[in-house]
Design a protein around this ligand. Structure first.
Ligand SMILES: [Zn+2]
Ligand SMILES: [Zn+2]
Length: 408
């Protein structure tokens, strides 16, 4: 357990949360606590910043390890500061990590420390061969006509009539019969800003929205050997970070720089050997392999093809290894009809004799084909409504008007 837990608590995640858990939790919290949505909470900005800072630390493996081992002092590299106020710590963190939450946070624009992170799926072929991917995207930019004011010419917003310029109104909710609770809610008319432009005073281009959506072209360069969940900046840089999501592959499984593939050989290949192209690699090359003479290959035997794994990132001429597991295909029914079974029996190793000594009792069983997914089907299950009739009936006989409430 870490020496301090505050950052984990801020994001509401457990100490063993994965990178994904942290990302999800942060996105959810950031949405909830965004200052634009919590206009009536003077501390919203502070909370939002704290969460962003917590995220920056926990998402970075090195910083997270430093935090787990030594708390905030471990991260900032400070010596022990007894009784330091947590808000001072955060103030210190912001200067340390260069967060800048200025007024540009409103109305789009770039938010300090909060690049948009966009998942991008890539195939294993893309990661093996490298690839450049161009895509069209939309980004929100300040309106160039009104320079982000949302107003036409020099028009100024007027105080909102609905909320008398407060940005909030009272809402009544019924807590229990006869008891009402008054809460402040954001004014829907001015969206909490307290002032509003008249329709005719709005900027024509952005319709008073202050930002417009601009089409941009982004390019990402997937380098040979990059990994699942690797982050790469888009080009032109600045707005978007892509996080690679490696799609599963039909033939190859990847672990680090190594690959693993199953290769199916026939029964005669398993017994008598083979020399042929056993697989097509991720760059389209055939890989030819000969088994050593006199070698019998058993089901699930594995071999290693050195240097046939994934290219190593940033030095792609070096490669990991390829592990091959052999699956053996048995001949089918029709083949058996075409051969002299007696001759085959004479060629194959002898059948296994009966048990010796014989058990005292021996029962004859029937050979019935099955599907192993049915294994354990008859087992009683508490959660299955129909499977335990006795208990069910008992409940209903005694408590006719009660809902069915059984232990789960
Ligand atoms: Zn405008
Ligand atoms: Zn209003």
């Amino acid at each position: 357990m870490p020496v301090e837990t505050e950052l984990y608590e801020l994001l509401g995640v457990s100490f063993d949360a994965t990178e994904d858990d942290i990302k999800k939790a942060y996105r959810k919290k950031a949405r909830e606590h965004h200052p634009d949505k919590n206009i009536n909470d003077p501390e919203a900005g502070q909370k939002f910043q704290e969460m962003a800072a917590a995220y920056e630390i926990l998402i970075d493996g090195n910083k997270r390890a430093a935090y787990d081992a030594g708390g905030m002092d471990g991260v900032t590299g400070r010596g022990g500061v007894p009784g330091m106020d947590p808000s001072d710590m955060f103030a210190h963190m912001f200067t340390h990590f260069g967060f800048d939450f200025g007024p540009e946070m409103r109305g789009g624009g770039r938010r300090g420390g909060e690049d948009s992170i966009i998942p991008h799926s890539v195939t294993l072929e893309d990661l093996y061969n490298g690839k450049s991917i161009k895509m069209n995207m939309e980004k929100e930019v300040l309106c160039s006509v009104c320079k982000g004011s949302g107003a036409r010419g020099n028009a100024k917003p007027k105080p909102c009539a609905t909320c008398s310029g407060n940005g909030w109104t009272y809402a009544q909710s019924r807590v229990s019969p006869g008891t009402f609770h008054r809460t402040k809610v954001q004014c829907t008319d001015c969206k909490g800003h307290g002032e509003k432009l008249k329709d005719k005073d709005r900027c024509k281009k952005c319709k008073g929205e202050k930002t417009i959506k601009e089409k941009t072209r982004q390019e990402i360069f997937v380098e040979k050997g990059m990994k699942d969940r690797q982050r790469i900046p888009g080009v032109p840089a600045g707005d978007v970070i892509f996080v690679l999501h490696a799609l599963p592959h039909d033939s190859f499984e990847r672990s680090g720089d190594d690959l693993l593939a199953h290769v199916t050989i026939t029964l005669s290949e398993a017994l008598l050997g083979f020399s042929r192209i056993i697989l097509k690699h991720l760059d389209g090359r055939g890989v030819k392999l000969a088994s050593p003479p006199g070698k019998i290959i058993k089901p699930q035997d594995s071999i290693i093809l050195r240097g046939e794994g994934m290219p190593i990132h940033r030095r792609p001429t070096d490669k990991g290894d390829l592990y091959v597991i052999f699956d053996i295909e048995m001949p089918d029914q029709n083949w058996l009809k075409t051969v002299d079974v007696k001759a085959l029996e004479a060629l194959l190793p002898a059948k296994r004799p009966d048990m010796d000594p014989l058990p005292e009792t021996v029962d004859e069983a029937d050979f019935e084909e099955s599907d192993v997914v049915d294994f354990g089907e008859g087992e009683d299950d508490w959660e299955d409504d129909d499977s335990d009739d006795e208990y069910h009936h008992h409940m209903h006989d005694d408590y006719d008007d009660e809902p069915d409430c059984r232990p789960q």
